[in-house]
Design a protein around this ligand. Structure first.
Ligand SMILES: Cc1ncc(COP(=O)(O)O)c(C=O)c1O
Length: 383
């Protein structure tokens, strides 16, 4: 067993970059002023937030005023969807999304049912792709929002966002993109993508946990979902978490600065991992073979329980994830694997390995040296 954890769950969260922590430290210690206060340390806090907003806007190719800092990726999704829905009630009540969205989107749409909204959940193909033509066909005169994720958190499939964006723009339908898994990995030029609302979460790109970002295109009206002070131009009440805002902006900047060198290296490791794991009998790759996040290697093994694989990997120091979760005593495959059309023999045996900057070839070799034996053993035991 290796001395350190081999961390292969970067889609769940990532470690905080030491350089990001350095930038945050003053705002966790000496620079503790409330950004709304007019004395010197308050102004310092506001200046730090303003600089961070400009930094994020540079990456997204938008105006700083279009960026709001919120409490997490889930809050960003909630604010975009509920905010747009409640602001558009007079125009219509129809929302379009995909069946493989994160629960932050799906549960928000379900919640809106209670207020008279109706949601169309578009199916995906066997690779998890949303068909832009299906989006176009689903639009009615009642449609007030389309929400499709940039990249899927379980299987890593990258959706045709720019194409869907073109369709929505032509039909004048606001388009929200959950880019939580794409942040730090895929281009975020909101003008090119033709998105109107875009959600990010800092802990997915080596920033702090509990910090989300929402881009709202100028002219889009959303109703705030937290009432109180007028922080974030009235879009989100609450005293700003200056340290985390500074950390999120620095983490995003570093992620895109380092992407050209990090991405090919991570892709190479991922491809070795995929090649090695597909040698295990009765194994298949889940998600798109090419249109997938560079760090995502996800699989289904026939006739095994994903949770059993995880526990065995954990005992050997490897942190990974599965799309099957134990709910009320029985193991259920995720809505994503079901939407991909996997039969239950396969969907119960899913494994997601997501790489990060610190992973090495030795990590991959180690996984490949232990995983085939684990799968074989579990198949033998029938679990
Ligand atoms: C696609 C996607 N959307 C939203 C979220 C929620 O982000 P947060 O954990 O910051 O609330 C996640 C987190 O896993 C995600 O993967």
């Amino acid at each position: 067993m290796p001395e350190r954890t081999i961390y292969l769950d970067h889609a769940a969260t990532t470690p905080l970059d030491a350089r990001v922590l350095d930038r945050m430290m003053p705002y966790l210690t000496s620079e503790y002023g409330n950004a709304s206060s007019i004395y010197t340390i308050g102004r310092h806090a506001m200046q730090a937030i303003d600089r961070s907003r400009e930094q994020v806007a540079e990456t997204l190719h938008c105006r700083p005023s279009e960026i709001a800092f919120v409490g997490c990726g889930s809050e960003s999704d909630n604010l975009a969807i509920k905010g747009m829905a409640f602001a558009s009630q007079k125009k219509g009540n129809h929302i379009i999304t995909s069946s493989i969205e994160h629960h932050a989107v799906l549960h928000t749409c379900q919640y809106l049912d209670r207020f008279g909204f109706q949601t169309t959940y578009l199916p995906v193909d066997e690779y998890g792709m949303v068909d832009p033509d299906a989006v176009a066909r689903a639009i009615t005169d009642q449609t007030i929002l389309v929400s499709v994720m940039y990249a899927n958190n379980e299987v890593g499939t990258i959706e045709p966002i720019a194409e869907i964006g073109r369709i929505c723009r032509a039909r004048k339908i606001p388009f929200h993109v959950d880019a939580v898994q794409a942040g730090g990995a895929l281009p975020l030029d909101v003008a090119e993508l033709k998105v109107d609302l875009l959600s990010l979460s800092a802990h997915k790109f080596n920033g702090p946990k509990g910090m989300g970002i929402l881009y709202t295109r100028q002219g889009m009206r959303i109703l705030p979902q937290l009432q109180g002070g007028s922080q974030e131009r009235g879009r989100r009440a609450g005293t700003e978490d200056v340290a985390s805002i500074v950390g999120a902006a620095e983490a995003l900047r570093l992620a895109y600065e380092e992407l050209p060198t990090a991405a090919p290296r991570i892709a190479l490791l991922r491809d070795r991992l995929i090649e090695g794991i597909l040698e295990i009998p009765r194994t298949r790759l889940t998600g798109h073979p090419t249109q997938r996040l560079v760090n995502n290697a996800s699989f289904a093994f026939e006739g095994v329980e994903g949770e059993s694989i995880l526990l065995n990997l954990d005992m050997l120091g490897i942190a990974a994830s599965t799309g099957s979760a134990c709910t009320s005593g029985s193991v259920e495959p995720s809505h994503v694997l079901i939407a991909l059309g996997l039969s239950s023999d396969w969907s119960h045996g899913s494994l997601r390995l997501t790489l990060g900057k610190k992973n090495t070839q030795e990590d991959i070799d180690y996984v490949l040296s232990v995983l085939p034996g684990i799968v074989e053993k579990l198949r033998g035991l029938g679990i």
